[in-house]
Design a protein around this ligand. Structure first.
Ligand SMILES: Nc1ncnc2c1ncn2[C@@H]1O[C@H](COP(=O)(O)OP(=O)(O)OP(=O)(O)O)[C@@H](O)[C@H]1O
Ligand SMILES: [Mg+2]
Length: 252
């Protein structure tokens, strides 16, 4: 097996004095998608924010074998760690084109690649991002991270709150993105995980409680019921643990 692009060893992190990541160790393969699974509030987002140094953390993080946990966030980003945050965080009052232009960091941003991947965004260049649908805003958020030649993307719940048809479009985009950059993907839609992820780690109570092949984890009904609070059987409604379907599709 080739060396992981990212390793996290004994990461702990706290917010306002409260420990939200206890002891997370994981590694991300240099290709494809590694999923982070877990119920609501177990520390998935905090793990990503800890990797980026956005919250106070301890432990070791390496990118392509080099320590990055000693660096401030802006240096970690410069090393090639792209972030697609939960709830997208587009600039609502700026156009699609302006949102994308602000994300360009490299000397030769991959504008053509992004335009090919998201033709809808090209058509909507002049539209204010705040007036886009949830799915379109997610495309903007992923597009921003893809403009630069990152070594890894940290993507947090990209399908949250989206209608099923839009969920599959976002999954399509991530599948294409994963051909050029490895992704650490927090995702609660287990259909999406089944389709996209090679490996998976399951977090509970701020700790990694299971690591393995995504398919094996999803096929283990006892494990998914116990750790994710849901059966991963492929039937509608089984894919969004912890949150009501109505809430999740509200902004689609
Ligand atoms: N800004 C904050 N202030 C205080 N506590 C917080 C803050 N952000 C998160 N927490 C707490 O930290 C814990 C982990 O939260 P985190 O957002 O990392 O979980 P998560 O697994 O991403 O949850 P979700 O599935 O809802 O996105 C939770 O108990 C949460 O209440
Ligand atoms: Mg979260």
């Amino acid at each position: 097996m080739s060396a992981p692009i990212l390793t996290v060893s004994h990461l702990s992190a706290s917010i306002a004095g409260q420990q939200v990541v206890e002891d997370v160790s994981l590694s991300v393969a240099p290709t494809g998608i590694t999923a982070v699974l877990g119920r609501n509030g177990v520390g998935k987002t905090s793990t990503l924010r800890g990797i980026l140094g956005l919250i106070h953390r301890q432990g070791e993080v390496t990118l392509a074998g080099e320590r990055i946990d000693t660096l401030p966030t802006h240096r970690i980003v410069q090393r090639g760690v792209g972030y697609v945050p939960e709830d997208r965080e587009v600039f609502a009052g700026l156009t699609v084109a302006e949102n994308l232009a602000l994300a360009e960091r490299d000397r030769s941003p991959r504008r053509e690649f992004v335009a090919e991947l998201f033709p809808d965004l090209v058509a909507r260049r002049g539209q204010l991002a705040g007036t886009l649908s949830g799915g379109q805003q997610q495309m903007v958020s992923v597009a921003r991270a893809l403009l630069n030649e990152n070594r890894i993307l940290l993507v947090d719940e990209p399908t949250k709150g989206l209608a099923p048809k839009i969920v599959s479009q976002v999954a399509d985009a991530l599948a294409e993105a994963a051909k050029v950059v490895p992704i650490l993907l927090v995702e609660q839609n287990l259909e999406v995980v089944r389709r996209l992820a090679d490996d998976a780690v399951v977090i509970a109570g701020g700790r990694v409680v299971h690591t393995g092949s995504a398919r094996e984890i999803l096929d283990d009904e006892a494990l998914t019921t116990r750790l994710l609070g849901v059966s991963a059987e492929t039937h509608p409604g089984a894919s969004h643990p912890g949150k009501a379907q109505s809430e999740r599709s509200a902004s689609a």
